[in-house]
Design a protein around this ligand. Sequence first.
Ligand code: FAD
Length: 461
Amino acid sequence: MAPAQNPITSKHVAVIGAGAAGVITSRELRREGHSVIVYEREKQVGGLWVYTPKSDSDPLSLDPTRSKVHSSIYESLRTNVPRESMGVRDFPFLPRFDDQSRDPRRYPNHREVLAYIQDFAREFKIEEMIRFETEVVRVEPVDGKWRVQSKKSGGFLEDEIYDAVVVCNGHYTEPNITHIPGIKSWPGKQIHSHNYRVPDPFENEVVVVIGNFASGADISRDIAKVAKEVHIASRAREPHTYEKISVPQNNLWMHSEIDTANEDGSIVFKNGKVVFADSIVYCTGYKYNFPFLETNGYLRIDEKRVEPLYKHVFPPALAPGLSFVGVPAMGIVFVMFEIQSKWVAAVLSGRVTLPSPDKMMEDINAWYASLDALGIPKRHTHTIGRIQREYLNWVAEECGCELVERWRGQEVDGGYMRLVAHPETYRDEWDDDELIEEAYNDFSRKKLISFDPSYYLENGR
Ligand code: FAD
């Protein structure tokens, strides 16, 4: 940890967004003694986890004038991380066997995650810091401070000055659409997973789902329940790939990526197979987007790289006044919010110092060079699941907080392997009971649970 150079100071800090990142960040900032205002465009906390049957008015979300929704959650979604690993470290995501409205499963549904975030906000009195239905429309540096312009739902604009701004606006709302040669003349329907909610509109259709990671694997199986045929296109697969996947409806196939889409409705895969499809569902990820940020071109987004960001958090020339919580894509998400925001809070109070802007830039360039050397494309700059524990522990040491538990890293890594190998069953069949036990024993040792670990272990089976 870098030693404090200055006396500890309290700052006036704006947090943008009251999703999981924003509520966790505001707790850490207040714990460190800062005064905090959280801006949230919606009426409640939860961000992505506030499910709505509504979706963008443009199913591909390309039209800039479309009406937008924030959430990308589909009705059948269950978590892709086990609950022991998902929760914040001093507020575990415990099953509530006593409450019928809750989902006690190890990989619960999306409503349970929202309930957990609401519980967290209630427990730590986060809502008193939040201005709901208030959208941040502009953030800019002014004489060493930060001007935040916000708009109330009635259209009323307000300008306020802060010492610092922490951006927690999420990055699963602005779809990334893969280009398919010939798609302009292809006559079928197209939708991005951001706008997918339920399978019903695909009844009896032939559907091509592009992408086979967490959402693609879920959505293809969801649609297979009602569709005639579902064909997954995966660029991670060898060009010759053509496999039948076992599902009860016997109607799901895996292909390599798409070669072309044609005017006659056909889709040609790189494996040479041709299907005449009614719909394409793009499960092709999301883009970073900070439409309110005005940094005179200093901060750029290029091929999903937000640059320059020191350790994915601080833009060197604008730090510590501007910081980002939640940019990396990894499995241990809520704990990442917790550790990154503890670092931001400690740097803002002066308890921890950052290297000079030049040194931070050196570190960023070394990171880019290491990605180049490994042949990792620019778009994966912030995809750091493979080094998540190492990264989080580096940040944790920097701000002097507890390191990430061994069981947490192992659970998430093991869950990821199960997801890849058995996407249809990984949430209900596992082989890491000893890690669950270790997790609950750990919660018990830290006095975070009121029952004996056996209560959770026995009821959860
Ligand atoms: P969000 O939840 O998106 O919150 C951002 C908030 O900022 C929103 O409330 C939004 O209204 C607000 N906002 C945005 N712009 C403005 C503005 N200009 N002014 C005011 N407010 C603004 N993670 C897991 O740990 N486990 C999982 O199982 C899991 N499953 C996932 C499934 C899907 C389909 C997706 C897309 C992601 C999943 N994730 C999962 C990752 C997910 O990103 C995190 O769980 C987390 O909830 C994201 O929190 P966030 O606060 O960064 O963003």
